[in-house]
Design a protein around this ligand. Sequence first.
Ligand SMILES: [Mg+2]
Length: 319
Amino acid sequence: MKITDVKCAILGNNPVVRIVTDAGVSGYGEVESYKSYLKPQVLHYKQYILGEDPTDVERVMLKIRHRGSFKPWGSAVSAIEMALWDIAGKAAGLPVYKLLGGKVRDRVRVYNGAVRFPMDGHAPADYADTMAKMKAAPEGFTIIKQGIGFHGPMPRTVPDFFYGDPGGGGHGDYNRGLLTERGLAHVVACVAAMKEVLGDAIGLALDCGPGRTVPDASRLARALEPLHVLWLEDLITGDYTPYVNADVYREVTRSSSTPIHTGEQMYLRQNFKELIERHAVNIIGPDPCDVGGIAELKWVAEYADLHGILMAPHGTGDG
Ligand SMILES: [Mg+2]
């Protein structure tokens, strides 16, 4: 079997990749809706993989993997990887998980990172209110992830929140600065209000940054210890930050028993090496659609497991 064409259509806002073969089989992969601008990048890779056997997934990936990078620039590579697996599965007459070693469990617990309700403000009562709505949602989520602090409008809407310029950059902008005492207390009060609603039946994870300083990150992690949150995500770097800062994360992780999490923007297994080997976080969150694809995610997952580090994969849609 040979690759004869690579196409990309924008459906809604999502770039959808189609790899065409001479065997009448096509493979499909999708990039999240925030990244319609990646279509030219997808098509750029066509020249490197035409004529290759798409069922030799790793061999094809070696031709383009080095031409991607951290989020958002790993998405096109990841979508092509998934389209290749789609062809490999169809050619074998098997679901792709069978080609990757088979399944381990029949059900997977997921968290709510996308079902959202408009909030009236960013006071503790507003966070309690939105948690009550999510708790009542028909999906029956057992984990909810909520943005707080720098991950959301709090720096702009809470007066005197931090020592810095609230600005108005796009999602994941590297806004940062020391929190005021009032700012930190506000965050803790909001988390306490959410936990009050959720109780111990629904887990609460918090997307926190990026942009915290080490003292603020440690103070927050220690202050939240009694509330048993599932994890604090992206305190230092994350989202669209094109680097990791594993040594800084390690310092934060060592400072409390609250689980620390990062990794959604990261590309390739090699960039997880230091984070995992140094036990710099407790949980990693690679996104299969940013890290380089399904098999890339499995590499990272197995290496993390060898080191006693948990994984909560990020989902599409910037969840
Ligand atoms: Mg996140």
